[in-house]
Design a protein around this ligand. Structure first.
Ligand SMILES: *Cc1c(COP(=O)(O)O)cnc(C)c1O
Length: 456
Protein backbone atom coordinates (compact mmCIF):
# COMPACT_ATOMS: atom_id res chain seq x y z
CA UNK A 1 0.00 0.00 0.00
CA UNK A 2 1.26 3.45 -0.92
CA UNK A 3 0.58 6.78 0.75
CA UNK A 4 -2.26 8.72 -0.82
CA UNK A 5 -2.92 11.67 1.48
CA UNK A 6 -0.60 14.37 2.73
CA UNK A 7 -1.95 16.05 5.82
CA UNK A 8 -0.62 18.90 7.91
CA UNK A 9 -1.35 19.68 11.54
CA UNK A 10 -3.33 22.74 12.62
CA UNK A 11 -0.10 24.45 13.71
CA UNK A 12 1.07 24.27 10.10
CA UNK A 13 -1.76 26.47 8.80
CA UNK A 14 0.14 29.36 7.16
CA UNK A 15 0.44 32.47 9.37
CA UNK A 16 0.53 34.92 6.44
CA UNK A 17 -1.27 35.19 3.11
CA UNK A 18 0.84 35.63 -0.02
CA UNK A 19 0.13 38.68 -2.15
CA UNK A 20 1.13 38.22 -5.79
CA UNK A 21 1.11 41.99 -6.39
CA UNK A 22 4.59 42.09 -4.77
CA UNK A 23 6.08 39.89 -7.50
CA UNK A 24 4.38 40.92 -10.73
CA UNK A 25 6.50 42.37 -13.56
CA UNK A 26 3.85 45.08 -14.06
CA UNK A 27 1.20 46.38 -11.64
CA UNK A 28 -2.42 45.23 -11.70
CA UNK A 29 -4.28 48.21 -13.24
CA UNK A 30 -6.40 50.06 -10.66
CA UNK A 31 -10.18 49.69 -10.39
CA UNK A 32 -11.91 52.75 -11.83
CA UNK A 33 -15.05 54.64 -10.92
CA UNK A 34 -18.08 53.52 -12.95
CA UNK A 35 -19.19 57.07 -13.75
CA UNK A 36 -15.98 59.15 -13.96
CA UNK A 37 -13.64 56.42 -15.27
CA UNK A 38 -10.95 57.68 -12.82
CA UNK A 39 -9.15 55.29 -10.43
CA UNK A 40 -11.31 54.68 -7.35
CA UNK A 41 -10.13 56.24 -4.10
CA UNK A 42 -10.17 54.58 -0.67
CA UNK A 43 -12.96 57.06 0.24
CA UNK A 44 -15.08 55.72 -2.66
CA UNK A 45 -14.85 52.24 -1.19
CA UNK A 46 -15.28 53.20 2.46
CA UNK A 47 -19.09 53.24 2.22
CA UNK A 48 -19.23 49.47 1.73
CA UNK A 49 -15.83 47.94 2.71
CA UNK A 50 -13.80 48.06 5.98
CA UNK A 51 -10.38 49.83 6.01
CA UNK A 52 -8.28 46.65 6.26
CA UNK A 53 -9.82 45.15 3.11
CA UNK A 54 -9.50 48.43 1.18
CA UNK A 55 -5.81 48.42 2.14
CA UNK A 56 -5.36 44.78 1.09
CA UNK A 57 -7.07 45.48 -2.22
CA UNK A 58 -4.23 47.81 -3.31
CA UNK A 59 -1.40 46.39 -1.19
CA UNK A 60 1.94 45.40 -2.73
CA UNK A 61 3.24 43.84 0.51
CA UNK A 62 4.36 40.28 -0.23
CA UNK A 63 3.11 38.78 3.06
CA UNK A 64 -0.04 39.80 4.94
CA UNK A 65 -0.26 38.29 8.44
CA UNK A 66 -3.34 36.13 9.07
CA UNK A 67 -4.84 37.29 12.38
CA UNK A 68 -4.96 34.57 15.05
CA UNK A 69 -8.74 34.97 15.32
CA UNK A 70 -9.02 34.09 11.62
CA UNK A 71 -6.59 31.14 11.82
CA UNK A 72 -8.62 29.81 14.74
CA UNK A 73 -11.79 29.73 12.58
CA UNK A 74 -9.92 28.36 9.54
CA UNK A 75 -8.72 25.52 11.80
CA UNK A 76 -12.31 24.21 11.91
CA UNK A 77 -11.55 22.56 8.54
CA UNK A 78 -7.99 23.54 7.53
CA UNK A 79 -5.40 22.50 6.54
CA UNK A 80 -7.39 20.86 3.76
CA UNK A 81 -6.13 17.49 2.52
CA UNK A 82 -3.89 16.95 -0.50
CA UNK A 83 -4.84 13.57 -1.93
CA UNK A 84 -3.18 11.50 -4.62
CA UNK A 85 -5.92 10.14 -6.91
CA UNK A 86 -4.37 6.69 -7.25
CA UNK A 87 -7.60 4.97 -8.26
CA UNK A 88 -8.21 7.50 -11.01
CA UNK A 89 -4.59 7.10 -12.21
CA UNK A 90 -5.01 3.32 -12.28
CA UNK A 91 -8.29 3.56 -14.18
CA UNK A 92 -6.68 5.83 -16.79
CA UNK A 93 -3.55 3.68 -17.01
CA UNK A 94 -1.45 6.85 -16.97
CA UNK A 95 2.17 7.18 -15.87
CA UNK A 96 1.24 10.67 -14.55
CA UNK A 97 0.74 11.34 -10.85
CA UNK A 98 -2.56 13.16 -10.16
CA UNK A 99 -3.11 15.06 -6.90
CA UNK A 100 -6.07 17.13 -5.78
CA UNK A 101 -6.30 19.75 -3.04
CA UNK A 102 -9.70 19.12 -1.46
CA UNK A 103 -11.44 22.42 -0.66
CA UNK A 104 -14.76 20.54 -0.50
CA UNK A 105 -14.11 19.70 3.17
CA UNK A 106 -15.11 23.18 4.38
CA UNK A 107 -18.43 23.56 6.24
CA UNK A 108 -20.13 25.18 3.23
CA UNK A 109 -18.49 22.67 0.89
CA UNK A 110 -16.19 24.89 -1.20
CA UNK A 111 -13.16 27.20 -1.04
CA UNK A 112 -15.37 30.26 -0.45
CA UNK A 113 -15.31 30.19 3.40
CA UNK A 114 -11.52 30.86 3.20
CA UNK A 115 -12.27 34.48 2.31
CA UNK A 116 -15.68 34.74 4.02
CA UNK A 117 -14.10 34.16 7.44
CA UNK A 118 -11.38 36.76 6.80
CA UNK A 119 -13.79 39.36 5.42
CA UNK A 120 -16.23 39.04 8.31
CA UNK A 121 -13.39 39.33 10.82
CA UNK A 122 -12.15 42.64 9.36
CA UNK A 123 -15.70 43.98 9.24
CA UNK A 124 -16.21 43.10 12.88
CA UNK A 125 -12.90 44.81 13.72
CA UNK A 126 -14.25 47.98 12.06
CA UNK A 127 -17.38 47.90 14.24
CA UNK A 128 -19.69 46.65 11.48
CA UNK A 129 -22.67 44.66 12.80
CA UNK A 130 -24.30 43.41 9.64
CA UNK A 131 -23.25 42.30 6.13
CA UNK A 132 -25.36 42.29 2.97
CA UNK A 133 -24.51 40.25 -0.08
CA UNK A 134 -25.98 38.60 -3.16
CA UNK A 135 -25.84 34.98 -4.15
CA UNK A 136 -26.71 33.05 -7.30
CA UNK A 137 -26.78 29.33 -6.61
CA UNK A 138 -26.09 29.96 -2.92
CA UNK A 139 -22.44 28.94 -2.51
CA UNK A 140 -21.24 32.40 -1.56
CA UNK A 141 -24.36 33.22 0.47
CA UNK A 142 -23.99 30.09 2.58
CA UNK A 143 -20.24 30.67 3.08
CA UNK A 144 -20.84 34.22 4.27
CA UNK A 145 -23.75 33.14 6.48
CA UNK A 146 -21.46 30.58 8.15
CA UNK A 147 -18.68 33.16 8.67
CA UNK A 148 -21.08 35.79 10.06
CA UNK A 149 -22.47 33.21 12.47
CA UNK A 150 -18.94 32.42 13.74
CA UNK A 151 -18.21 36.08 14.51
CA UNK A 152 -21.70 37.08 15.70
CA UNK A 153 -22.65 39.42 12.82
CA UNK A 154 -26.06 39.52 11.14
CA UNK A 155 -26.17 38.56 7.49
CA UNK A 156 -28.66 39.36 4.79
CA UNK A 157 -28.47 37.48 1.51
CA UNK A 158 -30.31 38.59 -1.63
CA UNK A 159 -30.70 35.35 -3.56
CA UNK A 160 -31.61 35.41 -7.26
CA UNK A 161 -35.29 34.41 -7.19
CA UNK A 162 -35.08 31.54 -9.67
CA UNK A 163 -32.29 29.92 -7.61
CA UNK A 164 -34.19 30.65 -4.39
CA UNK A 165 -37.02 28.54 -5.76
CA UNK A 166 -34.92 25.87 -7.49
CA UNK A 167 -32.17 25.39 -4.88
CA UNK A 168 -33.93 25.22 -1.51
CA UNK A 169 -31.16 23.38 0.33
CA UNK A 170 -28.48 26.08 0.22
CA UNK A 171 -31.20 28.45 1.35
CA UNK A 172 -31.82 26.11 4.28
CA UNK A 173 -28.11 26.18 5.12
CA UNK A 174 -28.13 29.98 5.24
CA UNK A 175 -31.11 29.92 7.62
CA UNK A 176 -29.44 27.24 9.73
CA UNK A 177 -26.45 29.57 10.15
CA UNK A 178 -28.74 32.40 11.19
CA UNK A 179 -28.80 34.50 8.02
CA UNK A 180 -31.83 36.15 6.48
CA UNK A 181 -32.17 34.99 2.90
CA UNK A 182 -34.78 36.60 0.66
CA UNK A 183 -35.55 36.23 -3.03
CA UNK A 184 -34.30 39.05 -5.24
CA UNK A 185 -35.77 41.33 -6.47
CA UNK A 186 -37.24 42.06 -3.04
CA UNK A 187 -39.55 44.75 -1.65
CA UNK A 188 -36.80 45.68 0.86
CA UNK A 189 -34.79 47.99 -1.43
CA UNK A 190 -35.47 50.83 -3.85
CA UNK A 191 -33.86 48.90 -6.72
CA UNK A 192 -35.88 45.78 -5.91
CA UNK A 193 -39.19 47.65 -5.64
CA UNK A 194 -38.75 49.46 -8.95
CA UNK A 195 -38.12 46.19 -10.78
CA UNK A 196 -41.02 44.40 -9.04
CA UNK A 197 -43.35 47.23 -10.06
CA UNK A 198 -42.46 46.79 -13.72
CA UNK A 199 -42.26 42.99 -13.70
CA UNK A 200 -43.76 41.28 -10.61
CA UNK A 201 -43.01 37.79 -11.97
CA UNK A 202 -39.34 38.34 -12.85
CA UNK A 203 -36.95 35.45 -12.12
CA UNK A 204 -34.30 37.94 -10.99
CA UNK A 205 -30.62 38.10 -11.94
CA UNK A 206 -27.26 38.38 -10.26
CA UNK A 207 -27.01 42.00 -11.44
CA UNK A 208 -30.25 42.93 -9.67
CA UNK A 209 -29.23 41.06 -6.52
CA UNK A 210 -25.87 42.92 -6.45
CA UNK A 211 -27.67 46.26 -6.77
CA UNK A 212 -29.92 45.36 -3.83
CA UNK A 213 -27.05 44.25 -1.59
CA UNK A 214 -24.91 47.31 -2.40
CA UNK A 215 -27.87 49.64 -1.83
CA UNK A 216 -28.56 47.94 1.52
CA UNK A 217 -24.89 48.34 2.60
CA UNK A 218 -24.57 51.92 1.38
CA UNK A 219 -27.79 53.01 3.10
CA UNK A 220 -27.15 51.46 6.55
CA UNK A 221 -24.30 52.77 8.73
CA UNK A 222 -23.86 49.46 10.52
CA UNK A 223 -23.83 47.40 7.30
CA UNK A 224 -21.12 46.58 4.75
CA UNK A 225 -21.05 44.60 1.52
CA UNK A 226 -18.93 41.52 0.74
CA UNK A 227 -17.88 39.93 -2.54
CA UNK A 228 -16.89 36.26 -2.90
CA UNK A 229 -14.51 36.37 -5.88
CA UNK A 230 -12.70 38.58 -8.44
CA UNK A 231 -11.23 41.23 -6.07
CA UNK A 232 -7.53 41.22 -5.16
CA UNK A 233 -8.15 40.80 -1.43
CA UNK A 234 -10.31 37.74 -2.10
CA UNK A 235 -7.50 36.13 -4.13
CA UNK A 236 -5.03 36.99 -1.35
CA UNK A 237 -7.18 35.14 1.20
CA UNK A 238 -7.39 32.15 -1.13
CA UNK A 239 -3.57 31.96 -1.42
CA UNK A 240 -3.72 29.74 1.65
CA UNK A 241 -4.59 26.91 -0.77
CA UNK A 242 -1.32 27.12 -2.71
CA UNK A 243 0.75 27.79 0.43
CA UNK A 244 -0.53 24.60 2.06
CA UNK A 245 -0.05 22.73 -1.21
CA UNK A 246 3.66 23.65 -1.26
CA UNK A 247 4.18 22.05 2.16
CA UNK A 248 2.08 18.99 1.32
CA UNK A 249 3.61 18.23 -2.08
CA UNK A 250 7.02 18.38 -0.36
CA UNK A 251 5.78 15.66 2.02
CA UNK A 252 4.94 13.61 -1.06
CA UNK A 253 8.52 14.28 -2.27
CA UNK A 254 7.05 15.58 -5.50
CA UNK A 255 6.98 18.86 -7.50
CA UNK A 256 4.04 19.99 -9.67
CA UNK A 257 4.62 20.13 -13.43
CA UNK A 258 1.15 21.54 -14.05
CA UNK A 259 -1.44 23.25 -11.82
CA UNK A 260 -5.08 23.26 -12.93
CA UNK A 261 -8.13 25.10 -11.60
CA UNK A 262 -11.61 25.96 -12.83
CA UNK A 263 -12.19 29.68 -13.29
CA UNK A 264 -15.43 31.62 -12.74
CA UNK A 265 -14.32 34.87 -11.14
CA UNK A 266 -10.86 33.34 -10.72
CA UNK A 267 -10.48 33.11 -6.93
CA UNK A 268 -9.93 29.39 -6.38
CA UNK A 269 -7.53 29.28 -9.33
CA UNK A 270 -5.65 32.31 -7.98
CA UNK A 271 -5.47 30.66 -4.56
CA UNK A 272 -3.91 27.55 -6.06
CA UNK A 273 -1.41 29.22 -8.41
CA UNK A 274 -0.38 32.55 -6.84
CA UNK A 275 2.40 31.09 -4.66
CA UNK A 276 3.87 29.39 -7.77
CA UNK A 277 3.55 32.27 -10.26
CA UNK A 278 6.94 33.88 -9.59
CA UNK A 279 8.72 30.61 -10.40
CA UNK A 280 6.64 30.23 -13.57
CA UNK A 281 7.43 33.82 -14.63
CA UNK A 282 11.13 33.04 -14.01
CA UNK A 283 10.87 29.99 -16.27
CA UNK A 284 11.32 27.39 -13.52
CA UNK A 285 7.77 26.82 -12.25
CA UNK A 286 4.82 24.63 -13.24
CA UNK A 287 2.54 25.26 -16.20
CA UNK A 288 -0.62 27.04 -15.02
CA UNK A 289 -4.01 26.20 -16.55
CA UNK A 290 -7.42 27.88 -16.18
CA UNK A 291 -10.49 25.86 -17.18
CA UNK A 292 -13.75 27.52 -18.22
CA UNK A 293 -17.11 26.42 -19.55
CA UNK A 294 -17.55 26.77 -23.34
CA UNK A 295 -20.74 28.69 -22.52
CA UNK A 296 -18.79 31.44 -20.69
CA UNK A 297 -15.26 31.46 -22.20
CA UNK A 298 -13.91 34.65 -20.61
CA UNK A 299 -10.17 33.94 -20.92
CA UNK A 300 -10.29 31.81 -24.05
CA UNK A 301 -12.52 34.08 -26.15
CA UNK A 302 -12.91 37.37 -24.25
CA UNK A 303 -11.01 40.67 -24.53
CA UNK A 304 -8.52 42.27 -22.09
CA UNK A 305 -10.13 45.64 -21.31
CA UNK A 306 -11.81 47.72 -18.62
CA UNK A 307 -15.40 46.62 -17.93
CA UNK A 308 -18.00 46.99 -15.20
CA UNK A 309 -17.72 44.44 -12.40
CA UNK A 310 -21.48 43.86 -12.49
CA UNK A 311 -23.91 43.50 -15.37
CA UNK A 312 -25.81 46.75 -14.79
CA UNK A 313 -22.95 49.28 -14.78
CA UNK A 314 -23.06 50.30 -11.10
CA UNK A 315 -19.95 48.49 -9.84
CA UNK A 316 -16.40 49.79 -10.41
CA UNK A 317 -14.57 49.12 -13.68
CA UNK A 318 -11.93 46.42 -13.48
CA UNK A 319 -9.19 45.75 -16.00
CA UNK A 320 -9.73 42.14 -16.94
CA UNK A 321 -10.61 39.62 -19.58
CA UNK A 322 -14.30 40.12 -20.19
CA UNK A 323 -17.09 38.94 -22.47
CA UNK A 324 -18.86 42.27 -21.95
CA UNK A 325 -20.98 43.10 -18.89
CA UNK A 326 -24.15 42.51 -20.90
CA UNK A 327 -23.11 38.98 -21.87
CA UNK A 328 -25.69 36.40 -20.77
CA UNK A 329 -24.37 32.80 -20.78
CA UNK A 330 -26.72 29.87 -21.36
CA UNK A 331 -28.13 28.23 -18.24
CA UNK A 332 -25.33 25.74 -17.59
CA UNK A 333 -25.29 23.89 -14.28
CA UNK A 334 -21.91 25.23 -13.19
CA UNK A 335 -23.55 28.42 -11.85
CA UNK A 336 -20.29 29.60 -10.25
CA UNK A 337 -18.61 29.81 -13.67
CA UNK A 338 -21.16 32.10 -15.33
CA UNK A 339 -19.45 35.44 -14.57
CA UNK A 340 -18.66 37.72 -17.54
CA UNK A 341 -15.25 38.86 -16.23
CA UNK A 342 -12.16 37.40 -14.56
CA UNK A 343 -10.08 38.50 -11.56
CA UNK A 344 -7.68 41.29 -12.69
CA UNK A 345 -4.67 39.39 -11.30
CA UNK A 346 -5.60 36.20 -13.17
CA UNK A 347 -6.35 38.23 -16.31
CA UNK A 348 -2.95 39.92 -16.16
CA UNK A 349 -1.23 36.52 -15.92
CA UNK A 350 -3.09 35.37 -19.03
CA UNK A 351 -2.12 38.58 -20.84
CA UNK A 352 1.54 38.07 -19.85
CA UNK A 353 1.42 34.52 -21.26
CA UNK A 354 2.03 32.90 -17.85
CA UNK A 355 -1.43 31.30 -17.69
CA UNK A 356 -2.94 28.96 -20.30
CA UNK A 357 -6.67 28.54 -20.67
CA UNK A 358 -9.02 25.89 -22.10
CA UNK A 359 -12.77 25.50 -22.22
CA UNK A 360 -15.09 22.50 -22.13
CA UNK A 361 -18.76 21.85 -22.77
CA UNK A 362 -20.77 20.79 -19.73
CA UNK A 363 -21.35 17.19 -20.85
CA UNK A 364 -17.58 16.66 -21.16
CA UNK A 365 -17.14 18.19 -17.70
CA UNK A 366 -19.88 16.04 -16.10
CA UNK A 367 -18.43 12.91 -17.73
CA UNK A 368 -15.13 13.66 -15.94
CA UNK A 369 -16.95 14.33 -12.66
CA UNK A 370 -18.80 11.03 -12.83
CA UNK A 371 -15.54 9.16 -13.54
CA UNK A 372 -13.97 10.93 -10.55
CA UNK A 373 -16.89 9.92 -8.31
CA UNK A 374 -16.67 6.32 -9.53
CA UNK A 375 -12.91 6.05 -8.91
CA UNK A 376 -12.15 8.40 -6.00
CA UNK A 377 -15.63 8.28 -4.45
CA UNK A 378 -16.31 11.99 -3.96
CA UNK A 379 -19.04 13.76 -5.95
CA UNK A 380 -17.58 17.04 -7.28
CA UNK A 381 -19.39 20.36 -7.81
CA UNK A 382 -20.28 21.00 -11.48
CA UNK A 383 -17.71 23.85 -11.47
CA UNK A 384 -14.98 21.52 -10.19
CA UNK A 385 -15.77 19.03 -12.98
CA UNK A 386 -14.14 21.44 -15.43
CA UNK A 387 -10.78 21.21 -13.61
CA UNK A 388 -11.11 17.42 -13.39
CA UNK A 389 -11.75 17.20 -17.16
CA UNK A 390 -8.54 19.12 -17.89
CA UNK A 391 -6.53 17.03 -15.40
CA UNK A 392 -7.79 13.79 -16.95
CA UNK A 393 -7.01 14.99 -20.48
CA UNK A 394 -3.50 15.94 -19.38
CA UNK A 395 -3.02 12.50 -17.80
CA UNK A 396 -4.28 10.76 -20.95
CA UNK A 397 -1.76 12.76 -23.04
CA UNK A 398 0.95 11.52 -20.63
CA UNK A 399 -0.18 7.98 -21.37
CA UNK A 400 0.37 8.58 -25.08
CA UNK A 401 3.79 10.20 -24.62
CA UNK A 402 4.97 8.17 -21.64
CA UNK A 403 5.67 11.34 -19.61
CA UNK A 404 5.59 10.86 -15.83
CA UNK A 405 4.18 14.29 -15.04
CA UNK A 406 2.96 15.54 -11.67
CA UNK A 407 -0.51 17.04 -12.18
CA UNK A 408 -2.24 18.95 -9.36
CA UNK A 409 -5.76 20.31 -9.56
CA UNK A 410 -7.88 22.24 -7.12
CA UNK A 411 -11.00 20.39 -6.01
CA UNK A 412 -12.98 23.59 -5.44
CA UNK A 413 -16.07 22.00 -3.92
CA UNK A 414 -18.34 19.00 -3.52
CA UNK A 415 -21.58 18.51 -5.44
CA UNK A 416 -23.97 17.28 -2.75
CA UNK A 417 -26.36 20.17 -3.41
CA UNK A 418 -26.08 19.73 -7.17
CA UNK A 419 -27.32 16.18 -7.47
CA UNK A 420 -30.32 17.20 -9.59
CA UNK A 421 -27.91 18.29 -12.29
CA UNK A 422 -26.20 14.87 -12.10
CA UNK A 423 -29.63 13.25 -12.51
CA UNK A 424 -30.10 15.31 -15.66
CA UNK A 425 -26.64 14.43 -16.98
CA UNK A 426 -27.18 10.70 -16.33
CA UNK A 427 -30.58 10.88 -18.06
CA UNK A 428 -28.89 12.43 -21.11
CA UNK A 429 -30.82 15.67 -20.69
CA UNK A 430 -27.95 18.18 -20.57
CA UNK A 431 -27.41 20.24 -23.70
CA UNK A 432 -24.20 21.68 -25.13
CA UNK A 433 -24.50 24.87 -27.16
CA UNK A 434 -21.87 26.29 -29.48
CA UNK A 435 -21.52 29.93 -28.59
CA UNK A 436 -21.67 32.06 -31.77
CA UNK A 437 -18.90 34.67 -32.14
CA UNK A 438 -21.54 37.31 -32.85
CA UNK A 439 -22.96 36.96 -29.31
CA UNK A 440 -19.54 37.82 -27.91
CA UNK A 441 -18.89 40.61 -30.42
CA UNK A 442 -22.24 42.16 -29.59
CA UNK A 443 -21.60 42.23 -25.82
CA UNK A 444 -18.05 43.53 -26.36
CA UNK A 445 -19.29 46.41 -28.49
CA UNK A 446 -20.63 48.05 -25.34
CA UNK A 447 -17.49 48.38 -23.18
CA UNK A 448 -17.14 51.48 -20.97
CA UNK A 449 -14.10 53.80 -21.08
CA UNK A 450 -11.65 54.19 -18.22
CA UNK A 451 -9.12 57.01 -17.98
CA UNK A 452 -6.33 54.43 -17.62
CA UNK A 453 -4.69 53.11 -20.82
CA UNK A 454 -4.62 49.34 -21.33
CA UNK A 455 -2.21 47.58 -23.66
CA UNK A 456 -3.80 44.46 -25.09
C1 LIG B 1 -17.92 29.79 -6.67
C2 LIG B 1 -17.29 28.53 -7.08
C3 LIG B 1 -16.36 28.45 -8.15
C4 LIG B 1 -16.03 29.64 -9.02
O1 LIG B 1 -15.50 30.75 -8.39
P1 LIG B 1 -13.98 31.20 -8.52
O2 LIG B 1 -13.94 32.55 -7.91
O3 LIG B 1 -13.61 31.20 -9.97
O4 LIG B 1 -13.17 30.22 -7.76
C5 LIG B 1 -15.77 27.25 -8.45
N1 LIG B 1 -16.08 26.13 -7.75
C6 LIG B 1 -16.95 26.15 -6.72
C7 LIG B 1 -17.24 24.87 -6.01
C8 LIG B 1 -17.58 27.34 -6.35
O5 LIG B 1 -18.44 27.36 -5.32
Amino acid sequence: MHDNRYTLSVSEIPDAWYNLAADLPEPIPPHCHPRTGEPVTPEDMAAIFPPALIEQEVSTERWIPIPDAVREKLAIWRPSPLVRARNLEKHLGTPARIYYKNEGVSPAGSHKPNTAVAQVYYNKLAGIERIATETGAGQWGSSLAFACDLFGLSCKVYMVRISYEQKPYRRSLMKLWGAECIPSPSPDTQSGRSILEKDPDTTGSLGIAISEAVEDAASHDNTNYALGSVLNHVCTHQSIIGLELKKQIALAEDTPDVLIGCAGGGSNLAGLIWPYVKDTLDGKGPRLVAVEPSACPTLTRGRYAYDYGDCVGMAPLACMYTLGHGFVPSGIHAGGLRYHGMAPSVSLLAKLGALESVNYHQNAAFEAGVLFARTEGICPAPETNHAIRAAIDEAVRCKQTGEEKCIVFNFSGHGHFDLLSYDKYLAGELEDFDLPQENIDKALADLPRASVEVSA
